[in-house]
Each structure stands twice: as structure tokens, then as C-alpha cells.
Design a protein around this ligand. Structure first.
Ligand SMILES: NC(=O)N[C@@H](CC(=O)O)C(=O)O
Ligand SMILES: [Zn+2]
Ligand SMILES: [Zn+2]
Length: 343
């Protein structure tokens, strides 16, 4: 049987949600990941060290597998201060801060309305070496949803990176060739996460033959040439690209609706799905770098000390998974996945 052993991977972008949902998400994310960067877009958002501390406790109360460590993130608002950043850094549990342009995505209404409002905050982050994680889309009504990432890069990100040349920046869940090229040409302080759904799918998967709401996420799936650029970047071996699932569960009824929520659930089978993509590209030898080495190098953290083993054995994903009092429809629901992590 074909097997693949790699250094234990980390997930550098995940949504664990809160309350009863944590039972599912914490069990899934801690099954084999060493660490996860935990997104702060709760209601209300995780805007300071104290809220991050309490959220950390709620996650740990779900008893994740022993090797798992949640890395907390601060949610930036127009009112975040340089002092908030210093306290977050001093807490020892906050590893980054997140820029959601107000209105760009799920639970981003308290986000930043103009970069000018967080100038002191970005200066403080640069000073204490705290990475800035970015949902990179503009929100202007007149900008087409398929162009929002590219326009953000040109109008917001380029000037931001130029103004803070030593600030570490992660452009999260990139979806375009434009983003790949921007990250490749930027300095060592700029990197990107890539989700597995943006590697597996393009907008045809979501829209041809009927609307498939479980493929709807933000930034939205783009055309095939962008998918190909993401696959090339992820499997290239470049240390600027690393694993971030953006696993973002919503209850089934909230997705299968006349106004469905954005987000895809992949934490049930993340590394297994990435392995499929890397195998298809004949690049299984590049999976360890992408999943286990490039992220820690960027965050200046040690690489995990142990390994996991994947086996090429196909298995069936249930139609739904329990999700608090509800159910979530995961990616590949009622279908098969080619790889399995050996328990
Ligand atoms: N990616 C998504 O489509 N949704 C995320 C938010 C985000 O990461 O933008 C969510 O929290 O549901
Ligand atoms: Zn986002
Ligand atoms: Zn996300």
C-alpha cells in the first residue's frame, strides 16, 4: 500500500466557531494538526488579549488531542490601539492580528473601514513582530465580486506593504493568479495561505448544472486559470506558500438557503484532500514543505517534532456531520477521498 510520512502539519487559518460547535471543530482540527491559527470572527469578535484568553480556554475545555495548540488571533477594528497589540503580544497566546475590511466576509461588520485608522496599530505590530493576516478583498459596491481580490492587491495591499516594509503580512486564502504573482515578487516578509477547496475547485464546480451552495466561500472560487496558478504555487516548493484550510462551517440550513452563508467545511479531511491535489501534480514530495515547514518558518516557530502517516485507501465521507445542535455538510459529502491518515 502507498503511504506517505511527513512532519506533523499545522493549519495556519481555521474557523473553530464557538459554543456547541466547538465539540465538532476542536475534535476535527486536533485529530492530527499540531497547531492552528484560530480566526477571531466570532460574535462579538475577539478584539483584545482578554477575549482571546477566554476563547482559548473555551477551546481547551473541549479537550483537543494532546499535541494540539491553538494559536489565537486578534480581530482589528477602527478602535484597536497600539496598546492592545502590546498586551496581546505579552499574553503569549496571541500570534497574529487579522484585518477584515468592514463588510468583506462573514462577521466582518466590526472590521476596519480605512487603513488610515490603524496606522499606529500596524506600526506597533511591525515593532513587536506580530504578523498581519489579511482578508484581501475590497468591498466597494461597484467592484465585481470576481475582481475584489485583484483590486485589493493593487489599491490597498501594495501601498500597505510599501509603508511597513518590515511588517510580516500573510495574504490569506488567495484565489487568483494576481495574488500568486504579488506574493512571489514581494519581500520575504510577505506570504500567503492557500485553501484546499481553491486547489480542488473553480467556479464551474459551483455554478455549472445548478448552484452548489457548499462551494460558496469568500473570496469566491475563480475561473480555471486562477485555480491552475494556485496549484502551481502550492506545489512549487516556495516557502512563501503554506497550508491554511479556511475551514469555515455553517449549519446546513444556513448554506442551503435563498441567501446562503459563505464558507466551506474541510477540517474533517484537510490533509487528505491536499494529498489528492499534490498527488495529481506528481508533487507529493512537496506536501511536507507546504503543510509542515513553511508556516513555522514564516511565524518563526519550531517545526513539529513528530510525524503523521497518510495511506492511499479510499473512504466514504458522510452526507452530514454533527455540528452543535445542527449538522454541517462537509466538502466531499457522500463521496470518497483517496487518502486516509493512519490513527
Ligand atoms: N471564507 C469564508 O467564506 N467564510 C469565513 C470568513 C473568511 O474567512 O473570510 C467564515 O467565517 O465563514
Ligand atoms: Zn477571509
Ligand atoms: Zn477564513
Amino acid at each position: 500500500m502507498t503511504t506517505l510520512t511527513i512532519t506533523r502539519p499545522d493549519d495556519w487559518h481555521v474557523h473553530l466557531r464557538d459554543g456547541d460547535a466547538l465539540k465538532t471543530t476542536v475534535a476535527d482540527i486536533s485529530r492530527y494538526f499540531g497547531r492552528a491559527i484560530v480566526m477571531p470572527n466570532l460574535v462579538p469578535p475577539v478584539t483584545n488579549a482578554e477575549l482571546a484568553q477566554r476563547y482559548h480556554q473555551r477551546i481547551m475545555a473541549e479537550k483537543p488531542a494532546a499535541q494540539f495548540q491553538p494559536l489565537m488571533v486578534l480581530y482589528l477594528t477602527d478602535n484597536t490601539t497600539a496598546e492592545d497589540i502590546k498586551q496581546a503580544k505579552a499574553s503569549g497566546i496571541v500570534y497574529a492580528a487579522k484585518l477584515y475590511p468592514a463588510g468583506a466576509t462573514t462577521n466582518s461588520s466590526s472590521g476596519v473601514t480605512s487603513i488610515d485608522n490603524i496606522a499606529q496599530v500596524l506600526a506597533a505590530m511591525q515593532e513587536v513582530d506580530m504578523p498581519l493576516l489579511i482578508h484581501g478583498e475590497v468591498t466597494d459596491n461597484h467592484i465585481d465580486i470576481f475582481d475584489r481580490e485583484a483590486v485589493f492587491i493593487d489599491t490597498i495591499l501594495k501601498p500597505l506593504v510599501a509603508s511597513y516594509p518590515n511588517l510580516k503580512v500573510v495574504l490569506e486564502h488567495i484565489t487568483t493568479k494576481n495574488a500568486v504573482e504579488f506574493v512571489q515578487q514581494a519581500g520575504e516578509n510577505v506570504a500567503a495561505t492557500i485553501t484546499v477547496h481553491h486547489l480542488l475547485y473553480n467556479r464551474n464546480h459551483m455554478l455549472v448544472g445548478g448552484i452548489r451552495p457548499h462551494y460558496f466561500c469568500l473570496p469566491i472560487l475563480k475561473r480555471n486559470i486562477h485555480q491552475q496558478a494556485l496549484i502551481a504555487a502550492a506545489t512549487s516548493g516556495s516557502s512563501k506558500f503554506f497550508l491554511g484550510t479556511d475551514s469555515a462551517p455553517h449549519p446546513k440550513h444556513a448554506k442551503e438557503s435563498s441567501c446562503g452563508c459563505a464558507g466551506a467545511y474541510t477540517a474533517h479531511a484537510a490533509i487528505e484532500l491536499y494529498a489528492e491535489v499534490f498527488e495529481q501534480e506528481n508533487a507529493l514530495d512537496k506536501l511536507e514543505g507546504f503543510a509542515s515547514l513553511h508556516g513555522p518558518a514564516f511565524y518563526n516557530l519550531p517545526v513539529n517534532k513528530d510525524t503523521i502517516t497518510l495511506e492511499k485507501t479510499s473512504w466514504h465521507v458522510p452526507e452530514t456531520l454533527n455540528f452543535g445542535d445542527d449538522v454541517v455538510v462537509p466538502i466531499r459529502a457522500n463521496d470518497t477521498i483517496a487518502w486516509q491518515v493512519k490513527e
